[in-house]
Design a protein around this ligand. Sequence first.
Ligand code: ZN
Length: 167
Amino acid sequence: MPRREVLTFPDPRLRLSSQPVEVFDAELAQLAEDLLDTMYAEPAIGLAAPQVNVQRRVLVMDVSETRTRPEVYVNPEVLTSARIGWIEERCMSVPGRSGLVRRATEVKIRAQTLAGEAFERRLTGLGAVCLLHELDHLEGRLFVDRLSWLGRLRFRAALALQTRRAA
Ligand code: ZN
């Protein structure tokens, strides 16, 4: 199945806001399938449509140990969140980097299936953190925006070093 090219930081297209999905058709199903294929190939635990340059509110994830529980969320929204913690995050769009980010580790969300059916779900731990990370992508936000000032300093220093090496 087709994998799609993932945009990487600092590509400005990662900063665009995504539009709600209104048509639940075969094209949407194909997008979700491609997102899952691209995510599993990495391997990563989540991927959002804007990372493959589709500015639609769709994200996929699989936080199971067996990598056999794909989840698809269309038009996801957070209803409630709780239990903030510091989480080490990575992102397919920021290859080779990680950083500590403050996130809720319990969320209740509402979303739609690929068929447009609304559902609500409670997510905890890695599931909550992953969903919130992917949700940020739909708003054009990256985990590096959420780093502490020290984390941002380290991130910039690492980038500068990388640029110097590449030059
Ligand atoms: Zn990401």
